[in-house]
Each structure stands twice: as structure tokens, then as C-alpha cells.
Design a protein around this ligand. Sequence first.
Ligand code: PLP
Length: 435
Amino acid sequence: STMTVQQEISRSRSDELFEQAKKCFPGGVNSPVRAFKSVEGVPLFIKKGEGCHIWDEDDNQFIDFCCSWGPLILGHNHQAIRESIIEAVSLGTTFGAPTRLENELAELIRKHNPHVEKLRFVSSGTEAVMSAIRLARGFTGRDKILKFEGCYHGHADSLLVKAGSGLVTFGETTSAGVPEAFARETIVAPLNNMEAVKQAFKDHPDEIAAVIIEGIPANNGLLIQEAGYMQELRECCTQHNALLILDEVITGFRLGMDGAAGYYDIRPDLVTYGKVIGGGMPVGCYGGSAEVMGKISPDGPVYQAGTLSGNPVAMAAGIAQLKVLQGNNFYKNLNSKAEEFAASIERFADARNYPLKIQSVGSLFWFAFAAPSPIRAAAEIDPASMGFFKIFHRELLNRGVYLGPSGYEVGFVSAAHSKVELEKAKRAIFEALEI
Ligand code: PLP
């Protein structure tokens, strides 16, 4: 191909910081994928972000498509969020008592999601899912859960079985340290395969408490499920008196104010949120009907609590973000901008017969190397395609474009990605594809 020579960015400060970090943290990081282990080079240490840009400690500037893995739908350092945080923090950081702000964020969530009658705030997506699973078990009196191959739901024990994100990135999809007895309670089915789900219900009659699925699976590539499948999944759960848990940690307030539930027109029994609802602060939440949520302590027997749950500074950030999102045409504008971005990259690749597809929905996109037709299940991804991603990732960094350092993770477009910046990113992507 027509090799475009591009100088390597300087990484000397990041190198130094990483050496120091390796003495402090396993792999030098506080979350595994950040270590750049599956792509070339060392992790870049980020100094600041503004709009769609980030700067590293060596003063390299990037157009950021990682956006902290999803929370920053308005981009970095958004003025309304920043001001809201400062206002909250000036009144104190935490009280361990109810605040007005919790009600306000809850109402913003409830208003657009009729299936969420009651909810609980927690501090991460992991906690949200872990609590929703416990609640489903407590509500149904059953122990087993059914999850899908490649879906990542955070790092609670029973969900680290055939999971995506960092697990698939490092080639070991089930974590060590999960007791065999816990793993036995987790049934794993392939995505996009209704027969497998029906078979699981047949094999385990009256044992499955819940089926959990990502709103749109986005941790093992972007595995967009068909509406008919999602609706059938809903019916199947109802038929077997199992709860459907829709994990909207990525898709909640990302696809629209009503997330994947709205996108597919399904009514989940329980839903989990994280990322966007926290406006870049640590927040998660789980919710559902008043009946199911009525099992949560102190109303019911399922225990769940948190010192920093509903933290006022985090609530303030989430409120500020959701208020912007519910403005006129917010999602229409964001999604059409992002969809055109993805489509134009695909047109470029198609015209040159490159083995590349961009799977995208709304402002989420994923580069599927070597994909002739839509990939809907984890097993359809050729692990060898990650070799392309490794080169692609480095070439993009050298051209000022930052993607999350794993070919299994999706890209995020924010409202702060202007058309001009998206054009720049596209040119970099076209160049990198020519390598
Ligand atoms: N669920 C989904 C769908 C996720 O993508 C993630 C994180 O990426 C989680 C749960 C866990 O959230 P957190 O990392 O905030 O614990």
C-alpha cells in the first residue's frame, strides 16, 4: 500500500510516569485495558481534556474517541457540568444523608423511562449490576442467571464468565478467583440465538432468576442485536417468570433519553445505568417497577447500601448533563453526525475493497476488521483481526486520534466533536487505513 511516513509521537514523559506507576499498580494501571497491553507502546498519561480533545503529559494533542469509555457524551470539561460540580462541592462533598439532588437526578431518569418507577443510586456500573442481580435472585427466589457470551457487566464474581472488555482483550474471558460454585450459577448463551436461550430455560426449569443482556452489546465489538430477537427475549423471560435485566451502563442516555429499551421498544424488569448519568463522576444506578424495587432494604429483605451512594457532587454532574441531553434534537444531531462519520469511513474502505466494516449505532462505532456481513455474536470475531487494530491504533495516535487501546472496545462520539474535527479525524483514519 501507499505508505505515508508519519513520525512517532514523543512519549518520554508518559514512559517515565509508566515506569513509576508500575511500581505502584499491577500492570501500572488502575483498570486493565488502560495498560495498552494489546496495542503497541506505553499508555499515554493524560493531563487535560477540553471538548473533543485530550492532551497527554508530552503535550501531544488528540481527538478523543474513548471519552472515558462513555460517560462524556458532551465531551471533556463541559461548562454546565463543571459549574454544577463547583456549586455542589462548595456546599460540602458528602453527607451520608439524603439530599435534594438525588431526587432531581432520579426524576430526570424516571421521566423518560416509564419502566423505572423506583431506583437506587450506587457508585459504579459494577455495583449497579451486582445489586440488580442480587435483587432478581431475592425477588424470584431462584439462583441462576443467564448472560451472553462477550457481554461485560462489570467485575462482580458471577458475571466474569465468558465476558468481554478487558477479559476478551487479554484472551482469558473468565476470571481466576471466581469460585466454581458461583460460576455454576451463571449460564452462558451465544448472542443472536433464541434457540440457545430456550434450551437454557428447558435445561433449568424454574431455576433462572434473570436474563441479563447489554442494551446493545458493546464490550466485545459492537454486536447489534435485531429488534425481533430482543422482543422475543423479553417474551421468553415473561413466559418463564424470569426477570429481564437490561444493562444500559453504556446505552442509557447514549442512544436517547430512553436508551436501548426505547430503541428496541421493550420493557425490561430491571435496568442498570452508569457512565452518562454521572456526567463523568462515579455514579451507577439500578431501577425497575415499584413491586420489584420494593424488595430492597429497608422496604424489603434484599440488602444493598453505600457510604457515597447518591453523592451530591456526582448527582450535580449527572443532573447538569441530563438537562442538556433532554434539549431539543440533541440525539438527532449527535447521532446523525456520528452515523455520517461512520458511513463515510465505510464508503472509503468499500471503494478500496479493504476488509473493514464500521458497525455503528447512534454515537457508538466499532471497527470490525475482516467482516463481510454484520457480526452479531462474539464467536464471529476473528481474533487475528486484532493484529490490524494494533497497527491502526498506533498510526492513529501518531496522527492525533485517540481510540481506546483495544480492538474489542467501541468508539464514542460526543456532542463536542465538531464536523471540522470529525473531518480531521477521518483524514487521519483514511491515512492509517492505507498503511
Ligand atoms: N455494564 C456495562 C455494559 C459496561 O460497559 C460496564 C463498564 O464498561 C459496566 C457494566 C461496569 O461499569 P463500571 O466500570 O462503572 O463498574
